[in-house]
Design a protein around this ligand. Structure first.
Ligand code: SAH
Ligand code: MG
Length: 239
């Protein structure tokens, strides 16, 4: 990768107010990628390609990044940037709306990076889960959206975005197959990994894992029964 060109791409993007990944966010993701050495990464939201170029440094040999962008000007610039940064062979740019493109993809990904329309995060999550490897990681940027998401302020004109980001956090934190952490770096970063239960669901032929996964399923059932009871029955005075 050509680091001199990468720096130029970054400076230009910042000058043009293109919302590229922030330095502290990139640092966190770089550590994860370094450890994982992914073979295949999916990025939703290329912009001018800055984050994809950065991520390409951590791919395993022959690794590939699929990245999706719908803005025509940014697509053209991203293509040029991939060539300038000497990473064009590692990145496949899918041109168009991710809502239409994602259902047509059927690869298995080690890492999915969500960094596009905030109102679509729950949909992006369901598509990411469909294509994620057993030990995969889903990372979502801008998850705290300038602090709106964790405040009770909901009159903002961006309230659809805020509602969907909250929905994303709820789904990832409540899904028993995922371990999710929300970090206050940059504009907020959600990192979700399949845990043993999530993997257990898939590796069901391994005896130990089956037991382990049933243990958790039993726990989840108890949790929902308990929840239902406290929320409904006790209110109706049946207890
Ligand atoms: N990941 C980039 C920044 C992405 S900014 C980086 O860090 O360098 C978000 C981008 O997502 C914008 O360029 C926007 O055009 C694109 N985008 C938003 N919604 C999209 C959608 N539904 N489909 C495809 N691209 C989308
Ligand atoms: Mg972002």
């Amino acid at each position: 990768m050509n680091k001199v060109e990468l720096e130029k791409i970054k400076v230009k993007a910042l000058q043009e107010h293109i919302p590229i990944i922030m330095d502290d966010t990139l640092e966190v993701i770089a550590k994860i990628l370094q450890e994982k050495q992914p073979k295949r990464i999916l990025e939703i939201g290329t912009a001018v390609g800055y984050s994809a170029i950065c991520f390409s440094e951590y791919l395993a040999d022959e690794g590939i990044i699929d990245t999706i962008e719908r803005d025509e000007e940014r697509i053209e610039e991203a293509k040029k940037n991939f060539v300038k940064a000497e990473v064009a062979g590692k990145i496949i740019l899918h041109e168009g709306d991710a809502v239409e493109i994602l259902p047509t993809l059927n690869e298995k990904y080690d890492v999915v990076f969500i960094d596009a329309a905030k109102g679509k995060y729950p949909f992006f999550l369901s598509e990411a889960l469909r294509m994620l490897n057993d030990d995969g990681i889903i990372i979502a940027d801008n998850i705290l959206y300038k602090g709106y998401v964790m405040s009770d302020y909901n009159k903002h004109k961006q309230r659809t975005a805020v509602r969907n980001l909250r929905e994303y956090i709820k789904e990832t934190t409540e899904n028993p197959a995922l371990d999710t952490e929300i970090l206050e770096v940059g504009d907020g970063l959600a990192i979700s990994r399949f845990n043993n239960w999530g993997r257990g669901k898939k590796l069901k032929w391994e005896k130990g894992t089956v037991l382990f996964s049933h243990f958790w399923e039993f726990g989840t059932v108890l949790y929902w029964v308990g929840n239902f009871y406290t929320k409904n029955l006790s209110l109706w005075g049946w207890c």
